[in-house]
Every structure is written in structure tokens, then in C-alpha cells.
Design a protein around this ligand. Structure first.
Ligand code: HEM
Length: 530
């Protein structure tokens, strides 16, 4: 990235490139349309003018429905060849991890979630942390966030959740507390993530000083077809730093794109940010011994039981040459995996996997994968896909008969690859079709632990933010939230209740939500709130 000021003095007139239109025709006059006489009517055959204006009319594509504000940078991932102190091949056959020192090009797009494309980067919000690995087996996207958990655990709730965070559909007022807390108070699985977003962690001091997490549970598959459940963690070598509300207000007053500016300036001055990639591994089954479900993305896996194990390091060393083609049109998705990496049955992950490529076909166009930033770099693409809006080329394989755009064929078309090892893997699954929530919901314990483990200033900040937001909410929403907060942790409930003038006695008799199934211990707690 170079700005105008750093370009140096303009080249001499003769050295400057000549302006053309997109047909390659030189432009002789870029100031005046073609008209009959100097005051006369414009002519319709004025190709130069029509091409210029009609392209301009189409300059905008829809912004992302979420994560609209973001910035991409590029770099490299270097593998350790091990996971902690074990050879990585024991757990995954993914080639990008296989050897010590193996390098894979990456693109990383940081983002905020709720605001539009030109909104403030200093807003209180989770941050997106989406990494594209251009591996020799094709692309792998790890599309995560900076907080490690999420607000909901079933993809069917995502449009409602996002609507509650987006502007009021009548007034277009942004992040209306009454709407946000209306949804959260009725969706207690959001409490854990809420304690993070409303703490200083919801205001990272920069993109460089944030953690990243895959959040959803994935699988690793080894050469024998054995699977493990896996969660991904990116730990910044720059350390983790957060802002208070006051810090963010100052930054936002000066610059809406404060984090992009910081990131690009650091890379340009050679201060290349880097993150170690760690994983947590778990045997691939439902773990009845745990009080949470390993496929529940509102939970973290305790690090004392499932230690972090390092697998490599990513360094960002290049800024984009063009915002639109490299940041706006880049397209990530949770379905984009390579051999040795797989999905789990996490009910968010399946929904996400449909949603990303679906929205990108609409937002960017059906041939979005032909764009340079989305094309695999390490692997050769050979498909029988043809045509569609803005088709840029044909993905012919080496030696492919160009007449044969179908498979199977004996006329020189493409053939199927052989399975690397097995076509079966992982445990058997059986069950009857149903619509049920998972059995181990436990919406309160980890939120309470998060509060208790916070430093005093972080606790104070969370309490102040809850009081400030809940003060703007209707009384029934305040009361339901207070009931949840007492369920999370007495001290948190008491402190927020003091600020709102609501005590444990005021909410103790409330029945649980109809959408909750509380355990005996939770029912006991509800009876003894405060
Ligand atoms: C972007 C859907 C949950 C992280 C998006 C986009 C959609 C979407 C439609 C816009 C993509 C585009 O236009 O290119 C969903 C659905 C979810 C879900 C349906 C739940 C079912 C999550 C979760 C995380 C997450 C749990 C974090 C772990 C991201 C990120 C981006 C994004 C980082 C921005 C990617 C970029 O920089 O281009 N999501 N999302 N999403 N989502 Fe999700």
C-alpha cells in the first residue's frame, strides 16, 4: 500500500502512461463530452462517455450482510511439523502442517460485525478473524473471531440474532439496547459471549493485538481415517490489548478506520505482526463426562484438560494493492477445507457452511472463485463448470480435451481423483429426525467463570456497560436479564442490580424461559437467587 504522499514527484509528461478506455482506445479528451457544437446536444454514439458513466453506475456491489467493514493483509504460515511435542501426522494428514518449516501463503481479513462498510472500527463488537491458506491441496479458510465463543448455537437463529444487532428497521437507529437485550434475554446461550463483548475484550486496541479463534469445532483426520475434534486458537506475539469505552471514544473521534490504518502502517514500516496457531484436541465422541457439549460453540474447552498445542506461526508482511479487489471481493467460507481437515456436526458450522458461498454468489457473482484473490495458488484448478456472469476463463486441466466438459467420458475429459486413503472415517452416527436443542446447555457456568477470572478493572467495565445498556431497556427485559445475571454469578447480579434498582428478591420467583431445560442444580440456583 502506498499513499499519494509517498509516490514522490510526478514523472515527466512524456513518461506518464496514456489514459485509455477498457477497449484500449486512447482518450484524447477526458473533460468534455462529444456534442453537436460547443453548446449542442450530446451524441449517443459517444462510446467513451457511455462506457465511463455506465461502469461508474455499477461500481458498488452489495456490502457483506455482516462483517461489512474490514481490512485484508497477506503473509505466510510456517508449519512446525508437530502438534505440541508429537508428530502432527499422528492426528492429521493435512499437507500444510506436515513438515517443519513448510510455508503456505495466507490472506487474513479482519472485520467488525454489525456496522456497515463505512462504520467505525472502534465500535464495541466482536472482530472477525478470517484466514485463507493457499495450500498445495487447494484453499483452506479458517473463518473465526477474536473472542473464542459465539452468541447462539444453532444456525437457524442467526438471521434473528443479526436483525437484533442491526439498525431498527423503522428509525434505522443503530444498536438499540432494547432490541439487543430483548433477544439476549430470551436466548441465554448468548450470556457467555455477552460477558466478553461488554468487557474490554469487546474493544480491541488494534487488530494486531487480538487473539483469533476458529470458534466452531472441526475435525482432524489422519492417514488411517481416525478423527479427533479440534478447536483452533491464534495467539498474537504482539500480546493482547484492549481499550476502555473512553479510549475507543477518543480514537473514533479522530478516525473511523483506526485499526486498518494501524495494521497497514505497521506492515509498511516492517513491523510484521505474527500469531502462533495452537489447537486443542479431543477424542471424537460426545464426552458425557463433560458438563458441556463439545459441539456447542457457546463454550470454551478448559485449557487444563485440553491443553493448547502449537502447530505453526503466521506472519503478515504485505498490504493490499487495491482495497476492492483484495478486501471487498475476497470470499471466505467454513466449507472450504482441505484433505485431513473436516467438519463436525456443530449445528452452527453446517449452517455457516451453506451461508457463506450462497451469499458470495449473490454479493460478488457466480464466478467469484475465478477472481485472483479467491483462486487457489498452490493447486491447479480443473473443473467442468462453464459460463455464468463474468466468466473469466475456462479451468481446463493439463491435456484435457476442451470439447469434453462433462464426466465420465473416454474422450479425454477430466477423471475423478483417488481417495487419499479411505472414503469412510469417524464414528458411526445414528438417530431419528427431530428438532431438539442439545441436552447439555449450561448457559451460566462459563459466563460466571469468565466474570470471576477477570481482573477488577475488567469486571468494573463489564458492570458499567451492562448498567448503561440495561438502563435503556424496558422493565420486563431488565428483569429477565437480572434473573440471568444472578444465575451467572451472584456478585455480577448484585452489582448490576444495584445500578438498576432491581434486587434478587424482585426476580427470584420468575419461571425459567420456555425455551430452557434447566438441570436440578440450575433449578436449585433459580430458587435461591442472590
Ligand atoms: C461473514 C453468515 C456465524 C465469522 C459472514 C457472512 C455471512 C455469514 C453471510 C458474509 C460473507 C460474505 O459476504 O463474504 C454466518 C452464519 C452464521 C455465522 C449464517 C451462523 C450460523 C459466524 C461465527 C463466526 C463468524 C460463529 C466466528 C467464528 C465470520 C467472519 C466473517 C463472516 C470472520 C467475515 C469474513 C470476511 O472477512 O470476509 N458470516 N456467520 N460467523 N462471518 Fe459469519
Amino acid at each position: 500500500m502506498t499513499d499519494v504522499a509517498s509516490q514522490g514527484p510526478a514523472a515527466s509528461e512524456a513518461d506518464r502512461a496514456v489514459l485509455t478506455n477498457r477497449q484500449g482506445h486512447p482518450i484524447y479528451d477526458n473533460q468534455n463530452q462529444r456534442t453537436v457544437g460547443s453548446r449542442g446536444p450530446a451524441t449517443l454514439e459517444n462510446y467513451q462517455f457511455l462506457e465511463k458513466i455506465s461502469h461508474f453506475d455499477r461500481e458498488r456491489i452489495p456490502e457483506r450482510v455482516v462483517h461489512a467493514r474490514g481490512a485484508t493483509a497477506f503473509g505466510v504460515f510456517v508449519a512446525d511439523g508437530t502438534v505440541g511435542d508429537e508428530p502432527i501426522a499422528k492426528y492429521t494428514r493435512a499437507k500444510l502442517f506436515s513438515e517443519k518449516g513448510k510455508e503456505t501463503e495466507v490472506a487474513l481479513r479482519f472485520s467488525t460485525v454489525a456496522g456497515g462498510r463505512d462504520s467505525s472500527e472502534a465500535a464495541r463488537d466482536p472482530r472477525g478473524f478470517a484466514v485463507k491458506f493457499y495450500t498445495e491441496d487447494g484453499n483452506w479458510d479458517l473463518v473465526g473471531n477474536n473472542l473464542g465463543v459465539f452468541f447462539i448455537r444453532d444456525a437457524i437463529k442467526f438471521p434473528d440474532f443479526i436483525h437484533s444487532q442491526k439498525p431498527d428497521p423503522v428509525t434505522f437507529e443503530r444498536q438499540v439496547a432494547n432490541r439487543v437485550f430483548d433477544f439476549w434475554s430470551q436466548s441465554p446461550e448468548a450470556l457467555h459471549m455477552m460477558t466478553l463483548v461488554l468487557s474490554p475484550r469487546g474493544l480491541p486496541a488494534s487488530y494486531r493485538t487480538m487473539q483469533g479463534f476458529g470458534v466452531n469445532t472441526y475435525k482432524w483426520v489422519n492417514a488411517a481415517g481416525e478423527t479427533k475434534l479440534v478447536k483452533y486458537h491464534w495467539l498474537p506475539k504482539q500480546g493482547v490489548k484492549s481499550w476502555t469505552e473512553a479510549d475507543a471514544a477518543v480514537a473514533q473521534g479522530q478516525e473511523l478506520g483506526v485499526h486498518t490504518k494501524d495494521l497497514y502502517a505497521a506492515i509498511e514500516r516492517g513491523d510484521h505482526p505474527s500469531w502462533d496457531l495452537h489447537v486443542q484436541l479431543m477424542d471424537d465422541h460426545d464426552h458425557p463426562e463433560l458438563d458441556f457439549d463439545p459441539l456447542d460453540d457457546t463454550k470454551v474447552w478448559p485449557e487444563n484438560e485440553f491443553p493448547l498445542r502449537k502447530v505453526g506461526t503466521m506472519t503478515l508482511n504485505r498490504t493490499p494493492q487495491d482495497f476492492f479487489t483484495e478486501s471487498e471481493q475476497i470470499a471466505f467460507g467454513t466449507g472450504v477445507l482441505v484433505d485431513g481437515l473436516d467438519f463436525s456436526d456443530d449445528k452452527m458450522l453446517v449452517g455457516r457452511t451453506f451461508s457463506y458461498s450462497d451469499t458470495q454468489r449473490y454479493r460478488v457473482g457466480p464466478n467469484y472463485l475465478q477472481l485472483p484473490v479467491n483462486q487457489p495458488k498452490g493447486a491447479k484448478v480443473a473443473t467442468n463448470q462453464r459460463d455464468g456472469a463474468m466468466a473469466y476463463g475456462v479451468d481446463l486441466g493439463p491435456g484435457q480435451n476442451p470439447h469434453v466438459n462433462y464426466e465420465p467420458s473416454i474422450l479425454g475429459g477430466l477423471r475423478e481423483a483417488e481417495y487419499p486413503t479411505h472414503d469412510e472415517q469417524g464414528p458411526e452416527i445414528n438417530g431419528r429426525l427431530t428438532r431438539k436443542r442439545i441436552e447439555r446447555t449450561d448457559d451460566y457456568t462459563q459466563a460466571g467463570q469468565r466474570y470471576l477470572l477477570s481482573e477488577q478493572w475488567e469486571k468494573d467495565d463489564l458492570v458499567a456497560n451492562l448498567i448503561a445498556n440495561l438502563s435503556q431497556c424496558d422493565r420486563p427485559i431488565q428483569e429477565r436479564m437480572m434473573w440471568h445475571l444472578f444465575m451467572v454469578e451472584d456478585e455480577l447480579g448484585q452489582r448490576v442490580g444495584d445500578g438498576l434498582g432491581i434486587s434478587a428478591d424482585d426476580v427470584r420467583g420468575m419461571p425459567p424461559l420456555q425455551t430452557q431445560t434447566l438441570t436440578e442444580a440450575e433449578l436449585q440456583r433459580a430458587a435461591n437467587l442472590g
